[in-house]
Design a binder for this molecule. Sequence first.
Ligand code: C2E
Ligand code: CA
Ligand code: CA
Length: 657
Amino acid sequence: MAVATSGSIAPQSAALISQNIDHLLDTFFSLTNTTAGIITHPSVGNSAPVKYREIPSWQAQVVTLPEMDHNLPILIQAAQKFQYRELVLQTQHLLYNEQHYLITIFPVPGANPQDYQFILLRQEPFSYLQASKIYKENIALSVFGAILLLICLVTFFWHYVNRVKQQTALLPLLGQKQFQDVRELIKARQHQKIFRDELDDMAEATTTLSFQLESLEKTVGIHTQEMERLSLFDPLTGLSNRNLFLYEVQRDVQRLDKFEGLLTVVLLDLDKFKRINDSLGHQQGDLLLGKIGERLKHATRILGLVARLGGDEFAILVRKASTPSQIETLSKKVVTLINKPLTLNQKSIVISCSIGVSIAKQDESANDLIKHAEIAMYKAKEAGGNTYRVFNSAMATEAHNLLSLENEIRNALERKEFTLYLQPKVNMDSQVEGFESLVRWDHPDRGILPPSEFIPAMENIGIVSQLDNRVLEASCRQLKTWQSLYPNITLAVNISSTNFTDKNFLIFLQQCLQKYPINPSRLELEITETLLMENMNAGLKILKHIKELGVSIAIDDFGTGYSSLSYLKNLPVDTLKIDREFIKDIPESDSDMQISSVIIFLAKQLNFKVVAEGVETSEQLVFLKANQCDLAQGFYFSKPIPAHKAMAMLESQRLSL
Ligand code: C2E
Ligand code: CA
Ligand code: CA
């Protein structure tokens, strides 16, 4: 190795630098296994007496280079191939004698950069191809490794993602209540594992959750079934309830055009069920409803959907009938079915029903259909029950009128338009002994209206008791007014069956007697014979209570209710009123005369006072007198008159006496 210094440097310094460079090159050499030398540019000049060789194309001189003779041709070759500046601080590759070299030129550290430059020729430790091959192999290996790693990673993540997906797919199955399937799938996917991961924990949690949900589902199922049963079925009869019936009717009405036959609602209401309930008790009433339900249930196949709508009201949705006459036949059959005797409390009883039928028309709502059946049912009731009626448009008009009448009646009660009329009851000497209170509606437009115009409607809407109580109170007030002047005059008040069986009635009666301190025996309550016949047990109890208050009792319309006098003798009754039916044809009808005379005779034997109703002629009065009837009432004496006129009548009688 040799070192050259530039001429511009002092020889001593140059020698020092040369030494340093020598030293540097040696060190460098040992580290890199390269060949290096100093070259100087000719422009710099060279004053040092050192060995050098010129490289003409670079205009440079190689000052020192180990194995100069061997390496210089390489440099010269490089000089031919590369520009001088192409090598300054840049490495170039050179093939020489099938050997590969790297060559570069750079300033010598510490020396004047213009003066000294260092050229380094790196001798390849092994061939470039070999290196390149190894390099390529390394690259390939690295790429292969990277790909392998990537595949591993992808496989791992793919597997993981797949498991997550599978796990996730189980959740909707839980929602679909396929609990057993979920567990089996989890079990099938579980392998023997050394390491458990989160997904395994999740699978286990899913299994537990499936058990919990399954048990919850069972509980909910049981409760839902029970709720459905309660919300759709009637617990007493096991039949469908109103909800289910309405739902079915609504559904069928909507698809009426798809029906080949007729869609019909048959509404069934038991006749006088309230009375059965009151007389036999609610428990027996429920039992009866159960038995009726049973009968209808057996006939469901022929009838269609049978429901209990509430109380004693049942309904049938008939889908199979194709003609109105078929529906009528079916309705008749149901009437007969209900009318068959049944055993209740070891007693055989016969119950009847009223049926309303409504056949669906296009564009008719379910509510209308049911409402029409109801209207028809009330018509059947009006006809005395135990029969059926098919709805028609005239019924609707009538029902509409009735509805407005009912509203009018409610207003009339509020406005106190009902007033007391009195009809005298006279003895056989034509002396007034008392009056019957008969209510009138002082209608603002239509004038004075008789009870037939409003009492049935009031019974229908259940407000007849209000009216009765007003009449009762007005009568007590009247008696109180008359008490001192006409202490023996009686006043008879009609009591409707709904009021009579109402538990508040007796309380109200007591309150009236307290409010108007009168001789209670002067007050008489008229109860119809039919009412008593239908409520034997309950009726007897109430009668006893009334008697305990000292109030008199009359049996109204006697002769129409098929009761026997021998039965009546056991009742705490004071008076019998022979119905107008048996009086009106006297003296023409022999049979009526016979009946009337027998009633009067027997009643007197049993210590009842007898009143003949509806006396219109002197012949009738003569007949009654001859048969020793106690009292007579009728147009022959007077029509019902306002209270002040009745008082005038009493006053003239008092004065004439
Ligand atoms: P009722 O209790 O049988 O009353 C007798 C009915 O016969 C009265 O009819 C009376 O005006 C009528 N009448 C009396 N004498 C004759 C006669 O000689 N010929 C004819 N053709 N009729 C006669 P009214 O006042 O129209 O009452 C009818 C029914 O209305 C009563 O029959 C009674 O059941 C009921 N009623 C009247 N007022 C009340 C009341 O305040 N409460 C209740 N619940 N019902 C009442
Ligand atoms: Ca009466
Ligand atoms: Ca009567």
